[in-house]
Design a protein around this ligand. Structure first.
Ligand SMILES: Cc1cc2nc3c(=O)[nH]c(=O)nc-3n(C[C@H](O)[C@H](O)[C@H](O)COP(=O)(O)O)c2cc1C
Length: 205
């Protein structure tokens, strides 16, 4: 079982170019229903998934393409031009993905002030912190389950800049957008970006 999991966890890549091929409904349902087994803080399962295709997907793509100008300065600080070009592909019509999954949590954005001590701060941000982390576990499950079914995905937060318009388009009120995930059959097999060494600390006594 571990070997199969290793294959899925290490083989998954962010896909930014997709084939023009529909995803059978039962495949998509299988991926989503499996992903919903993600752990969640206090088992609240405070999440919702909106599945967008058709005309609304087209309108969503138009909104998302406008988030590029906000993302560009962040990318320019970190990456060379070639990588930036590749990264931005998915902001144009979701790289051709036929479906986009939107993951939401209830909107409850706390006021954190610098005077708060750690206990006060965590008490204030407790709900949002745990909801975002739980939704992230759901997102990762979605990516892995999709990959195991031969589908590509790309976890996107860049479009957060356009959240107000996106939420209006898909009719989500009083919700916070956690991630957009274009999903479809891949039209590329990108190389694995290397993983950072030196991030593990062992304490043995
Ligand atoms: C929280 C989060 C936000 C991300 N947002 C974007 C995004 O907006 N656009 C994008 O192209 N990729 C996005 N990615 C994908 C990362 O760029 C990608 O995971 C990373 O480069 C490693 O590549 P890999 O997924 O192929 O292993 C995001 C990933 C995470 C976890």
């Amino acid at each position: 079982m571990f070997d199969a999991l290793v294959k899925v966890m290490t083989g998954r890549r962010s896909i930014r170019k997709y084939l023009e091929k529909e995803i059978p409904r039962e495949v998509l349902e299988g991926v989503i229903n499996t992903a919903l087994w993600a752990p969640s803080g206090m088992n609240r399962q405070d999440w919702e998934i909106v599945i967008v295709s058709g005309k609304t997907r087209e309108n969503l793509a138009k909104i998302v393409s406008r988030s590029k100008k906000h993302i560009l300065p962040h990318l320019e600080k970190l990456f060379p031009e070639k990588i930036i070009k590749i990264s931005l592909q998915v902001f144009e019509n979701f790289g051709g993905a036929p479906v986009v999954l939107l993951v939401y949590v209830p909107r409850d954005i706390p006021n954190i002030s610098p005077e708060m001590n750690d206990v006060e701060r965590y008490h204030t941000e407790f709900k949002r912190f745990n909801r975002l982390l739980s939704a992230s576990a759901l997102v990762q499950n979605l990516l892995l389950a999709a990959y195991a079914k031969g589908l590509g995905t790309c976890w996107m937060t860049g479009p957060k800049y356009m959240e107000e318009e996106i939420n209006k388009l898909v009719g989500m009120e009083d919700r916070e957008l956690v991630a957009l995930i274009p999903i479809g059959y891949p039209d590329q097999s990108p190389p694995a970006p290397p993983r950072k060494p030196g991030v593990v600390k062992w304490i043995t006594d």
